[in-house]
Design a protein around this ligand. Structure first.
Ligand SMILES: Cc1ncc(COP(=O)(O)O)c(C=O)c1O
Length: 401
């Protein structure tokens, strides 16, 4: 057996290794409640890990000061974010190019609403985090999907398909790093994407929410790092993936063009809502004091990713997948299995493991292309991950015959 030792370092084990499924299944956890008792949930994208201690302490302190309307801006948080973005190539972000949202998805919707008109074509690369195509369709725009291509070791952009999709389109919605394929678009790909955007005169929404969960050593390069595309790009991001704070929603829309931001804001106006006072505190403390927690979390997730990779190669070698460069999500191709046509239900029934179903990640009928694929969330303890993989292997092997 070439599967690495499943016992992580002592510290990580103390921190994340002893998660108790009973405790995780608290009544307001959609992840653990949705499929009921006995099912290991590996579908929705949050982590099973507890809140970082500095965040917990800061929230307790914040609560002692009442919960009236927040200012809606936090100058220290803005300065922290400007520093962080500058390290990703987003230098000189103006303070009036920043608008906080109750979470990231409202920023996706606001961006589509503000940058396009009903009927406009909006380009995205499938498979894709489903609120991308939901936002486009819900708002009466048209999805122009360019399917990604499976390379030998990673999912890649199909440039011909992307060129065709961009023809006559108004906006490109980019997911960087990409959910569900785990790609961090590299410098060459980003450069080519920028040329395409300029050639087709497209606006861009770049969702960079997973940027802090990278397993590569290369520094993260934001799409709008190149000044030539800054004024046409709305970057959206938030703390919820890196710090596991989705239950305390906050996100941000960022652009170098305050006029563009004002246009987007006007379109959604009061519908946009505002983030909670607690979420501002949480994000600031995450940036200022959460670094060591985040580093350990990424180390633990990298261990889970490598463990899962070795397990699949050893036990289920017919499952095709590329190793994610970022995110705690794995995109697995199980189309060779006899139950591929109902693979999500099959795993739920036979393995008692809940995963996200492939067709979710493309709009409408285009989802059929991903039947037999699943997205698996591996952000849990090594013990729970091992149990889930063992259950899946047993169920899949039986039918594989
Ligand atoms: C790429 C991407 N954007 C946005 C979200 C959701 O962000 P939020 O919960 O802050 O709306 C997710 C969640 O999985 C995601 O993967």
């Amino acid at each position: 057996m070439t599967i690495p030792d499943s016992t992580p370092s002592d510290f990580s084990h103390e921190f994340f290794g002893s998660l108790d499924p009973q405790a995780l299944a608290h009544p307001d956890s959609i992840k653990w409640q949705h499929y009921g008792e006995g099912v290991i949930p590996m579908w929705i994208a949050d982590m099973d890990f507890p809140v970082a201690p500095p965040i917990l302490r800061a929230l307790e302190d914040r609560l002692t000061r009442g919960l009236g309307y927040p200012l809606g801006r936090d100058d220290r948080l803005i300065a922290d974010l400007q520093t962080k973005w500058a390290s990703q190539g987003l230098t000189d972000v103006p303070a009036d190019g920043i608008h906080f949202t109750p979470s990231v998805v409202p920023g996706l919707y606001a961006g589509v609403h503000g940058l396009t008109e009903p009927g406009d074509r909006v380009v995205t690369m499938t498979p894709i985090y489903h609120p991308f195509h939901l936002a486009i369709n819900d708002l009466g725009r048209e999805v122009a999907a360019a399917p990604l291509r499976e390379g030998d070791t990673r999912w890649e952009i199909d440039w011909d398909a992307l060129e065709r999709a961009a023809e006559g389109a108004r906006l490109l919605m980019l997911c960087h790093p990409h959910n569900p394929c785990g790609r961090v678009w590299d410098a060459d790909e980003l450069a080519r994407l920028r040329e395409l955007v300029l050639a087709h005169d497209l606006y861009v929404i770049s969702d960079e929410l997973h940027a802090d969960l990278r397993f590569t050593d290369a520094p993260f390069e934001a799409f709008a790092a190149d000044p030539r595309v800054r004024d046409r790009t709305l970057t959206v991001t938030g703390p919820c993936k890196a710090f596991n704070t989705a239950g305390l929603g906050i996100g941000v829309m960022v652009t170098h063009d305050p006029e563009l931001l004002a246009r987007v804001q006007r379109r959604v106006a009061g519908l946009g809502g505002h983030p909670s006072a607690l979420s501002f505190t949480m994000w600031r403390v995450a940036l200022e004091d959460g670094g060591p927690w985040l580093a350990r979390t990424v180390e633990y997730l990298r261990g889970n990713r490598d463990f899962m990779t070795a397990f699949l190669r050893e036990r289920l070698p017919w499952v095709r997948f590329t190793v994610p460069e970022a995110t705690y999500l794995a995109w697995l191709d199980l189309r060779e299995h006899p139950e591929a046509g109902r693979i999500q239900e099959f795993l739920l029934e036979e393995a008692k493991v809940a995963v996200h179903n492939g067709p979710t990640f493309a709009p409408g009928e285009q989802g059929a292309a991903y039947q037999g694929f699943i997205r698996v969330n591996f952000a849990t303890s090594r013990a729970i991950l091992t149990e889930a993989l063992e259950r899946m292997a047993r169920a899949l092997d039986t039918r594989q015959g």
